[in-house]
Design a protein around this ligand. Structure first.
Ligand code: ADP
Length: 277
């Protein structure tokens, strides 16, 4: 059997605070196989971004550890590319140059030399995957939000990461653009068989895209509450699935987890300290 691509073992994160320490995450255990699409879902503040940061190596855990391809994560690396909710493209570079830069960085890291034509062919390949070749000479501020996210995805894919990490990648987009990008991501994953860990707040997005949905309990000491397997055949079509019983059942289970088992009521009004006294 193949070794898992990602393993989180007894992962925990404690932050120092004025009163001692705040336990954000506790005993998070997850094994992800190559090519799986995993969604992380849970209420705001439950620790989803912290989990993603720990996998990305942007923060170090205070407990447990993360293995990617059997190697302990000790910092950021090109084997784990991140796509954020708000694009992180370099504004002074064109779309083409933003993807080119990622390819050059990976080549340096892998001690490979790419000829100019190899580089060009690869940049255009990744731009074609996200249907952005037509805008290759544009700067980020000359294209729409959805297009910027497409370029961000192309840049992340260009790094050929072992694990692609996505932090609400479509959260800032309108519903129609989001649907187009979800379809594009499903098509890309079917072709490249990427391993993807994606944070989302959108239940339909989680069910449509995922092989498994990892549902997190509320903090403090948040952890994985339940894991749902989405055994719907691929390719998936949102219109066809809308009336699919299995789809509705999975969707219902996520909603129950979030709004019945682990409900979280956000206070509408935070009283000031003197009002409490
Ligand atoms: P989510 O992504 O699910 O919204 P986060 O991972 O951002 O949640 O945060 C999880 C918890 O950890 C929250 O309660 C947050 O306030 C806390 N937290 C995050 N970073 C720090 C920090 N540097 N110091 C103290 N607490 C933090």
């Amino acid at each position: 059997m193949q070794k898992p691509i990602l393993e989180l073992t007894q992962l925990g994160m404690r932050y120092p605070v004025a009163t001692g320490e705040f336990i954000a995450l506790k005993d998070v255990n997850l094994v992800v196989e190559k090519g799986e699409f995993i969604s992380l879902i849970g209420h705001s503040g439950c620790g989803k971004s912290t989990v993603l940061d720990l996998i990305a190596g942007l923060q170090m855990p205070t407990d447990g550890g993360v293995l990617v391809s059997n190697k302990e994560v000790s910092g950021p690396g090109p084997d784990r590319a991140v796509v954020f909710q708000h694009h992180a493209l370099l504004p002074w570079l064109t779309v083409y140059e933003n993807v080119e830069l990622a390819l050059k960085q990976v080549a340096i890291h892998q001690k490979k030399r790419l000829s100019k034509s190899e580089l060009e062919q690869q940049v255009m390949h990744y731009l074609a995957l996200v249907q952005m070749t037509h805008a290759s000479s544009k700067k980020p501020d000359e294209i729409s939000g959805g297009m910027k996210q497409r370029v961000g995805i192309a840049r992340a894919l260009a790094m050929q990461p072992n694990v692609l990490l996505m932090d609400e990648p479509f959260g800032a987009l309108d519903a129609l653009t989001r649907a187009h990008l979800q379809d594009a991501l499903m098509a890309i994953q079917a072709e490249l068989k990427n391993t993807i860990i994606m944070i989302t707040h959108d239940v339909d997005e989680a069910v449509l895209l995922s092989d498994r949905i990892v549902m997190m309990s509320n903090g403090p000491a948040a952890t994985i509450g339940e894991i749902l397997t989405v055994d719907l055949p691929r390719p998936r079509d949102r219109v066809v699935l809308a009336n699919n019983e299995r789809y509705q059942h999975v969707r219902q289970q996520v909603l129950q987890f979030l709004y019945e088992k682990h409900t979280k009521v956000e206070p509408l009004h935070q009283p000031a300290a003197k009002e409490v006294a």
